[in-house]
Every structure is written in structure tokens, then in C-alpha cells.
Design a protein around this ligand. Structure first.
Ligand code: GLN
Length: 485
């Protein structure tokens, strides 16, 4: 087995026993990058020099018996988390030259846990998208079919794990940007509860929805990554000072007697028949594990997409007001006066999709329209949250497809925003409600494209997600395949 194809827990064993070194692992990862990156394009920037130095340092630590949860493990970072001294672009021209003076808390935690940073992963510009086609730095391709999208917005983070160009990665999820690409690339992805992982140093898209979370090759690795990322951060006002359990303790635990809610509103017309069949099969696996499926209703589901596409652009229009060419980022070379400088810098710096969101958001927040749009959307958001609260009185976990379809072709939806927005039909509701969600691979289509199922749990019940995902993973015996690159 090549080292870059192994999981975190497998590598930990090998590193601890001295069977392999962190430097060998890092080299295996960069060799793989050397042979496939040109076709997949998971990364905006590689950090090879830093990574090899970090790996050598990890080897010294291991020799001294000083081993932390991620010592020597190559991890990719979505280019939306600030990295001190390393350019952080958010996939945008406007930040193409931005070098943060500090690390995001998530980056700091990973570093402290011993991770070796492979590079900054590609993404849709400012995390707005479902296909990683809107990046200023070019598209990322799905490792399972290079003609297809890897999902988005964290498409680079997902593709890098699927293509074995890193061992694990982090992304951000505002409406599905971890779970959707995880499903389409055949890896595990988890969006934590809002407040579980610090957003300090995460470049803001929609601050009331954004969360950082892991992409991994299996459920155990997901628990390991979440152990590192989760926790209170005094520098981030919405991070919650709740206790962080050891998520590994939930692995392999029995789920007998658990009630699994199947929301009838999620099994609608238009969902791909292969997706529907895969979810049906997953339900039988869960039942074999001792789970009991119950029919539940989330009555306001039909409003989720509309509510999201008011609230997320509204927050984005406010968050992105800071990019004005003054302190950092792109500044136009041809300004007549100050106002002209703002206008031209923003015109040249932002792509089409980002401009669309800024316009929608500005409109929704403008006086005279605020009550009809933003305020109304916030009220409906409360109803959506209540739907979940009521549902979790009847069940322990909710099970849904992660996405309505497998990965679509590059270019297929990029000019049709409404079709693109529908990719997140099943993932957006949990961001609106603030609850955690996880996508786990559940098989392949006849054409060999990976599919995922989604588990949702109540606030701060990531442990339950790990528990059911681990039971599912063990019993589903999904064929272990690797993309043929
Ligand atoms: N695809 C959704 C959007 O475009 C969600 C993106 C995300 O989660 N960052 O807004």
C-alpha cells in the first residue's frame, strides 16, 4: 500500500512503531501530487518546503516519544482559512495577493496537533458555489471522472482526499460545502454544530451559517480530526464553551433501538433514481444494525432554499463590503478618484457569482425591502429550526440523501444559477438550524460515480453522528475503490 492512500489511524500505527517516517509519508503525498495534480487541480498553492520541514520536525518528535493526535499527518487547508505568512485567496482575484498576519484558530489547532500542511485547496470564489468552477484559479476536476465537477465550494479539499493528494483536509460549510463535495468525491465530510468549531480566521461568507469541518477517508479519521478542531475559542464570540467529548469513544458503539427519522419532504420527484436506490439500500443497512426507521415531517422544507438565498447573500453583501482596495487585496491601477478606485477595484476583483450575491444581498437589506425579504426570511428560518426541534423529539438521527444527483458535468450548470443552487437542497436546512450534519459514502452509480448519505443530529450531538456513521460504515461494506487516475 502506498503511504498516501492510508488513513490517519493507519499511519499513526506505522509512525509510532517506526515502520515509516513522517518524511516518507510527506514524500509519498508530493509524489502523488506530482503525478495527478495537473489533471485534478485540487490546490491553489502547495506548501512543499514548509511541509517537508514540518515532517522532519515530526520525525524528531516521534523519536523522542512525543506523539500528538496528528503528528506527521499531511493535511490540506481550504484556501478560506488564514495561514500566517502564506497567501490566502478565498479563490478570488480580489485577495490574490493577501498574506494574513495570523493563523485561523483551526489552523493553529491542527498545527499544535502535529499536522503537516500540504497546501491551500481550491474552492469556489468566497465559497459561493457547488462545483468549484467559480474559482479565479481555475476549476477542480472530480478524481472519479475528470469531465465532472467535484462539488463545492470545498471541491479542492474533497478532491485532494479522494485522489490521495493528502490524508485529510478541512473545508467550510455554509449551505453544504463540506457534505456535498464529500458525497460527490466519495469521502467522509462533517459540518459541526454552529459554535462547535471556532470561525476565527475563517474568511466570512455568511457568518450565521459558516462552520469549519473535516474531510477524511473514513469515519474514524473524522472523529480524530473533530477532536482536534472542536472547542471554545475566546477570540470568537459565537463559539460555544461546551465540553468536547473524545469523539473516538463513539466508534463501534451499538445503535440498537435508535429511531432514524426519514423526512418525507426529502424524497421528492426529481431526485436521481440511483441516489434514491442507494439511500433505500442504506436504510436497510441501518435497520440491520438495529435502527428503527420512522416517518417524520419537516414541514417547512420547501422554504429552505429561498430562505438561504436571502440570508446568505444578505450577510455576504455586508461581509464583502470590506474588500475595497484600500488596506489589502487587489487595487485597480487606473482610478481617477477615491470612489472610482472602490468601484474599479471591486469590478475587477470579484467574479460573476460573487457580484450576483452582493447585489441580491444588498437589495434584500435595503430600506423598504428589509421587512419583506431579510426579516421575513429570518422568521421562516425560526420555523425551520423549530421543525428540527420537533423532529428530534421523535427520532435520534435524521437520514437523507446528501445530494439530489451524482456529480454533474463541468459547465453543465454554471450558467444556470437556479439549477446550481438546487445541488444543496438537502444540506442547507441544517445550516439554517445550526445542527450538525455528516455525509458518508454509500456506494457508486452504474457509471462509477460515488454517492453519499447524510446523517443529521441535534445541536452538539456530533458524537451520535460518529456513532451511526461508524455502524453504517462497518455494516454497509461499501466496496473499497480508488479513482483511476
Ligand atoms: N452552494 C451553496 C452556495 O453557493 C453553499 C456554499 C457553502 O456551503 N459555502 O451558497
Amino acid at each position: 500500500m502506498e503511504l498516501n492512500t492510508l488513513t490517519i489511524h493507519e499511519l499513526q500505527e506505522q509512525l509510532k512503531s517506526g515502520q515509516t517516517t513522517a518524511l516518507q509519508v510527506a514524500e509519498a503525498v508530493y509524489n502523488r501530487i506530482g503525478s495527478v495534480e495537473e489533471r485534478v487541480h485540487s490546490y491553489i498553492r502547495l506548501m512543499k518546503e514548509e511541509a517537508l520541514a514540518a515532517a522532519s520536525k515530526a520525525d524528531e518528535d516521534i523519536k523522542k516519544g512525543f506523539i500528538k493526535p496528528l503528528t506527521g499527518i499531511p493535511v490540506a487547508l481550504k484556501d478560506i482559512v488564514c495561514t500566517k505568512g502564506i497567501p490566502t485567496t478565498c479563490g478570488s482575484h480580489i485577495l490574490h495577493n493577501f498574506v494574513p498576519p495570523y493563523d485561523a484558530t483551526a489552523v493553529e489547532k491542527l498545527r499544535e496537533a502535529g499536522a503537516v500542511f500540504v497546501g491551500k485547496a481550491n474552492m469556489d470564489e468566497f465559497a459561493m458555489g457547488s462545483s468549484t468552477e467559480t474559482s479565479f484559479f481555475g476549476v477542480t476536476r472530480n478524481p472519479w471522472d475528470l469531465e465532472r465537477i467535484p462539488g463545492g465550494s470545498s471541491g479542492g479539499s474533497a478532491a485532494a482526499v479522494a485522489a490521495d493528494e493528502c490524508i485529510a483536509s478541512i473545508g467550510s460549510d455554509t449551505g453544504g460545502s463540506i457534505r456535498q463535495p464529500a458525497a460527490l468525491c466519495g469521502v467522509v465530510g462533517l459540518k459541526p454544530t454552529y459554535g462547535r468549531v471556532s470561525r476565527f480566521g475563517l474568511i466570512a461568507f455568511a457568518s450565521s451559517l459558516d462552520q469549519i469541518g473535516p474531510f477524511t477517508k473514513d469515519v474514524e479519521d473524522c472523529a480524530i480530526m473533530l477532536n482536534v478542531l472542536a472547542g471554545y475559542d475566546p477570540r470568537e464570540s459565537t463559539s460555544v464553551p461546551a465540553e468536547v467529548p473524545d469523539y473516538r469513544q463513539f466508534l463501534g458503539r451499538d445503535i440498537t433501538g435508535w429511531k432514524i427519522g426519514i423526512p418525507r419532504e426529502y424524497f421528492i420527484e426529481g431526485i436521481d433514481p440511483e441516489v434514491a436506490a442507494a439511500v433505500k439500500k442504506a436504510i436497510t443497512v441501518i435497520e440491520k444494525c438495529g435502527g428503527r426507521c420512522v416517518d417524520i415531517s419537516l414541514p417547512h422544507t420547501e422554504y429552505c432554499l429561498a430562505v438561504y438565498y436571502i440570508i446568505a447573500p444578505a450577510e455576504a453583501s455586508s461581509n464583502l463590503a470590506r474588500y475595497d482596495g484600500v488596506k489589502y487585496g487587489l487595487r485597480t491601477a487606473e482610478a481617477r478618484d477615491l470612489l472610482d478606485m472602490y468601484k474599479k477595484s471591486r469590478t475587477q476583483g470579484f467574479g460573476m457569482e460573487v457580484k450576483r450575491r452582493i447585489m441580491i444581498g444588498t437589495y434584500a437589506l435595503s430600506s423598504g425591502y428589509y421587512d419583506a425579504y431579510y426579516k421575513k426570511a429570518s422568521q421562516v428560518r425560526a420555523l425551520i429550526r423549530n421543525d428540527f426541534a420537533a423532529a428530534f423529539k421523535q427520532c435520534d438521527i435524521i437520514l437523507t440523501p446528501t445530494t439530489p444527483t451524482p456529480a454533474f458535468k463541468i459547465g453543465e450548470k454554471v450558467d444556470d444559477p437556479l439549477q446550481m443552487y438546487l445541488s444543496d437542497l438537502f444540506t442547507i436546512s441544517s445550516n439554517l438550524a445550526g445542527i450538525p450534519g455528516m455525509s458518508v459514502p454509500c456506494g457508486f452509480t452504474a457509471a462509477g460515480l460515488p454517492l453519499g448519505i447524510q446523517f443529521l443530529a441535534g445541536h452538539f450531538e456530533e458524537g451520535k453522528l460518529i456513532q451511526i456513521a461508524s455502524a453504517y460504515e462497518k455494516n454497509a461494506s461499501i466496496e473499497k475503490r480508488r479513482p483511476n487516475l
